[in-house]
Design a protein around this ligand. Structure first.
Ligand SMILES: [Ca+2]
Ligand SMILES: [Ca+2]
Length: 94
């Protein structure tokens, strides 16, 4: 597999690893989102320890408003974060 393919598989695996804990592997519930952020993006959640902040975060990620974060919504967030990261990484290279 190419590096990009490996990255794609990693994103799928990461989503499924956290999504399946409540028995529904196709979406992330509020608590699954919280666990994923705590484990995979600790600096993102450091300011969001209280319940209201996590609720707001899930609301922001849940584009279709069904109360859970599906894979498309998860990928949109990862893509947006990757773009932010690129901005930071490009700046620090200069
Ligand atoms: Ca789930
Ligand atoms: Ca949703």
């Amino acid at each position: 597999m190419t590096q990009l393919q490996v990255s794609m598989c990693l994103m799928l695996d990461t989503f499924e690893k956290y999504a399946r804990t409540d028995g529904d592997p196709n979406s992330l519930s509020k608590s699954e989102v919280k666990t994923l952020l705590e484990k995979e993006m600790p600096e993102m959640i450091s300011g969001a320890k209280d319940k209201k902040a996590v609720d707001d975060l899930v609301k922001a990620l849940d584009f279709d408003g069904d109360g859970v974060v599906d894979f498309e919504e998860f990928m949109a967030v990862v893509a947006a974060l990757t773009c932010c990261f690129r901005g930071v990484a490009t700046k620090s290279k200069k």
